[in-house]
Design a protein around this ligand. Structure first.
Ligand code: GAR
Length: 197
């Protein structure tokens, strides 16, 4: 059984998809804790499913590195096999990445390397892209640059707003992230091999 810590910043619909998947006895992964960088709405999903939560806000620490060290220490308390950034909107400090990667993955609402960063859906619309998508990847020291585990494209419709496009992306994303966790748990995806390929 693969143990997971999931990190979120917002509504947590991807977290919820994982929580629902693990309600099935044959899903080979279990979330042991959910962490956030703020009082995120999505923490309610964890509470509903009886999963412990922790919050480490950067505003409570003098430096980004100090914040990262506390976040890492909270994650390591749970000794997870895998840490999943599911809508975690902060760049992890280098010491956190060094300690956890490649057992550290992220889901991103674009077809990387296109549109990295915090506003991927807005940026795709602004660029006039006709296609964008979802990427689940290993987190490395760059911003959305790590080895890709799985991707799927989503068409941009002529009347899309940032909200409508993001909602369509998230429908795909929830399935792709759940599948990626399943594949990692079943050793169909080997993160160490992928990271050194
Ligand atoms: C997801 O679309 C995720 O890819 C994105 O935030 C959303 C969170 O949705 N993450 C990023 O943009 C990271 N750069 P959720 O809170 O409903 O799971």
């Amino acid at each position: 059984m693969l143990s997971l810590v999931v990190l979120i910043s917002g509504g947590g619909s991807n977290l919820r998809a994982l929580l629902e998947a693990q309600s099935s006895a044959d899903f080979p992964a279990r979330i042991v804790a959910v962490g956030a960088d703020n009082d995120a709405d999505g923490l309610a999903h964890a509470e509903e499913f009886g999963i412990p939560t922790f919050t480490v806000s950067p505003t409570s620490y003098p430096t980004r590195a100090a914040w990262g060290d506390e976040l890492l220490s909270q994650i390591e308390t749970w000794n997870p096999d895998l840490t999943v950034c599911a809508g975690f909107m902060r760049i992890l400090p280098p010491r956190v990445v060094a300690a956890l990667s490649p057992q550290l993955i992220n889901t991103h609402p674009a077809l990387l390397p296109a549109f990295p960063g915090a506003h991927a859906v807005r940026d795709a619309l602004a660029a006039g892209a006709t296609e964008t998508g979802v990427t689940v990847h290993i987190v490395d020291e760059g911003v959305d640059t790590g080895p890709i585990i799985v991707q799927e494209s989503v068409a941009v419709e002529p009347h899309d707003t940032e909200e409508s496009l993001h909602e369509r992306i998230k429908t795909i994303e929830r399935r792709l992230l759940t599948q990626a966790v399943l594949d990692i748990a079943n050793n169909r995806v080997n993160l160490k091999e992928l990271a050194t390929a």
